[in-house]
Design a protein around this ligand. Structure first.
Ligand SMILES: [Zn+2]
Length: 633
């Protein structure tokens, strides 16, 4: 059986509840501050996102609201939404080079330093061990120097419930250490005698903290397993987990790999971000640190045979990425050398080809991309890796290790052939949008949906006009776009086409339904109250129906799926209410300091065509006009 490394997490009482303060909601008034992500290494790790604004109590925010924002970034908080104000965070600096750590040991519950605590010399040795590990794990790209270790110092109690207030600890430690620098490679390690109520042995900022430096809180633990792991969090790395997969949704029989899998926290004994004190970083983590050149990782989208170099090698292909549905599988090869020398020992996790996956259907707070799950290919014997001659097949794919030596493993990866072009559903369809119209051109938004088992690598949009035989002229889009503001030609049939290509090379063109754009200049015989005809060449049809009478109304009934009201805006104009099918849906202010005619000021769309009535009611004694209506079939 494998040795379960438990030094990372505090055995015994688990006070996750003490760690999880109820999330505060951002004040409506809003505040600017620094977004800080922290991760606590309790049995169930707890990731928190907080915004520190001056001396105020930090505001805890929903990780989903902060997705994609790096820790250490200045943000604006307003009504629960978070907007970055700078590109800050550690990512603004390079992480390669020499990192400096300052170690500050503190205590508070006793009159003198409690017995059994490490000396400052021992803490220095622990911090120096960071260099031994990270230098070897990154081939010298990340070095660690100990800037200083301050003397043990008694501080005011930062106790909070059963645990500690990490902000109070940070403030107290910085009072002792002084500023530690904000180069993006400066770390503060706060060491304190164990508080068992915390439930975590280490806690770290996931990237930069509130002052641009990176912070680790060590709860009575200075093992490399804890300190090296927290350092990895400071670099932005998340966890290397295990996967426990079952034959069915009822979890009856454990199998190597299926779609019914549980995350087993930290259960990756190859990687310091899992449960191993040493061992090379996974190729996934090397990639996240920018330390895996593009030639060292290959994405496979069709059946292939490749030779993987050991992950410890400094050249060659060290990772294969196989996308399948909502998961990407990451293959790498481990041999018993260097940091992995003990991999084949009695308690080692075993040499061979190992597979991790990232499951995109797992949700925040773990933000998918950083969290990996390690596959155990022989659940009964807890053997993780595939050795030469071994294979696994299922889920429509297979991994077979044909040969393995100290220099490489030859692996055949089969996967179902993707011969299908991306599916465009819903098909491209236009709806009206506000903007300026002319007698020939109307602003519209074209929208569509897109799906494929692989990534979309090419996306283009074109339009065909009714009666035209010319080849459509495609415009390149970003592959993530699912809508675009364009114009349609009035009183013609417009058809939009989407051309999409997947990463396997399948391309398809999908056309939407033809959309007739009907531009009705100054519709007549539908007005109530006092209206008159104003004439000017700048109006759509040379004239506009206008009223200054309060409550005067114009009412039109059209069979359509998108309708728009065209009017003039200027400083003499007032407000109007818009009713759709008898229900008030908007108030439109036509006031504008500089005159603008032919404005599509209101639009409304439906999923299907139907008979709808639009009523415009003057709310003021100022002018409100109807220059025209536009509607789409
Ligand atoms: Zn951790």
């Amino acid at each position: 059986m494998r040795l379960r490394m438990t030094s990372l997490i505090t055995a015994g009482a688990v006070a996750v509840a003490g760690l999880l303060a109820p999330p505060a909601t951002a004040g409506a008034a809003g505040a600017d501050g620094v977004l800080v992500r922290t991760i606590a290494d309790s049995p169930v790790p707890v990731e928190r996102v907080r915004v520190h604004a001056g001396s105020r109590t930090p505001v805890e925010i929903d990780p989903a609201a902060a997705a994609g924002i790096a820790s250490g970034t200045r943000v604006r908080l307003r009504g629960g939404t978070v907007t970055p104000l700078s590109s800050g965070g550690a990512s603004a600096f390079g992480i390669t080079g020499t990192h400096h750590v300052t170690v500050v040991p503190v205590y508070w519950a006793t009159t003198s330093v409690p017995s059994g605590q490490p000396t400052t010399a021992q803490l220095k040795t622990s911090a120096q061990a960071l260099d031994g590990y990270w230098n070897a794990a990154t081939a010298g790209k990340i070095r660690v120097a100990v800037a200083k270790v301050t003397a043990w110092k008694k501080i005011a109690s930062p106790a909070s419930g059963r645990c500690v207030d990490i902000d109070a600890l940070e403030t107290a430690a910085k009072r002792i250490s002084g500023s530690i620098g904000t180069s993006g490679r400066d770390h503060l390690i706060i060491y304190f005698p164990q508080v068992s109520g915390c439930g975590w042995s280490g806690l770290a900022t996931l990237g930069a903290g509130m002052s641009g430096d990176m912070v680790m809180w060590l709860n009575g633990s200075s093992h490399l397993q804890t300190i090296g792991h927290e350092f990895g969090h400071n670099l932005g790395l998340r966890h290397s987990n295990g996967a426990a997969c079952y034959n069915n949704a009822a979890h009856q029989v454990q199998v190597p790999l299926s779609l019914h899998c549980d995350v087993v926290g930290y259960d990756d004994e190859y990687d310091i971000m899992g449960s191993r004190a040493t061992g090379y970083l996974s190729a996934v983590h090397l990639g996240e640190l920018g330390l895996l050149p593009s030639s060292a990782s290959r994405r496979l989208v069709k059946t292939s045979t490749v030779t993987l170099a050991p992950v410890s090698a400094r050249s060659g292909l060290r990772q294969v990425v196989v996308p399948m549905g909502r998961r990407t599988y990451h293959l790498e090869y481990r041999t018993a050398v260097g940091l992995d020398a003990g991999v084949d020992d009695e308690y080692g996790p075993g040499a061979g080809v190992i597979v991790r996956y990232i499951d995109l259907s797992l949700n925040v707070p773990y933000e998918n991309w950083g969290e990996t799950q390690l596959v155990t290919f022989s659940p009964a014997s807890e053997r993780v890796a595939l050795a030469a001659g071994e294979s696994w097949s299922g889920l429509g794919m297979s991994f077979a290790v044909k040969a393995a030596s100290s220099t490489g493993a030859t692996v055949t990866i089969t996967q179902p052939a993707d011969v299908t072009a991306p599916t465009v559903n819903p098909k491209p369809r236009a709806v009206l949008r506000t903007g300026t119209v002319s007698t020939t051109v109307v602003p519209v938004q074209v929208q569509w949906g897109l799906r494929d088992t692989h990534e979309i690598t090419g996306l283009q949009l074109a339009r065909r006009l009714g009666g035209s035989t010319a080849a459509p002229s495609f415009v390149k889009l970003a592959t993530w776009e699912r809508g675009r503001a364009v114009t349609a030609t009035a009183n013609r049939s417009n058809t939009w086409l989407i051309k999409a290509t997947d990463e396997v090379g399948n391309t398809g063109v999908t056309s939407g339904a033809a959309t007739k754009v009907t531009l009705n200049k100054r519709p007549s015989k539908t007005y109530k109250g006092k209206w008159k005809t104003a004439k000017a060449a700048s109006y759509l049809g040379g004239s506009e129906q206008v009223t200054k009478a309060k409550n005067a109304s114009a009412r039109f009934t059209v069979t359509t799926r998108s309708i728009g009201w065209i009017a003039t805006k200027d400083k003499t104009r007032g407000k109007a209410a818009v009713y759709i099918d008898g229900k008030k849906v908007a108030t439109i202010n036509l006031y504008k300091s500089s005159r603008k005619t032919k404005q599509l000021v209101f639009t409304r769309s439906w999923s299907k065509p139907g008979k709808h009535t639009i009523t415009i009611v003057n709310l003021s004694k100022k002018t409100v006009g109807v220059d025209g209506l536009v509607h789409l079939s």
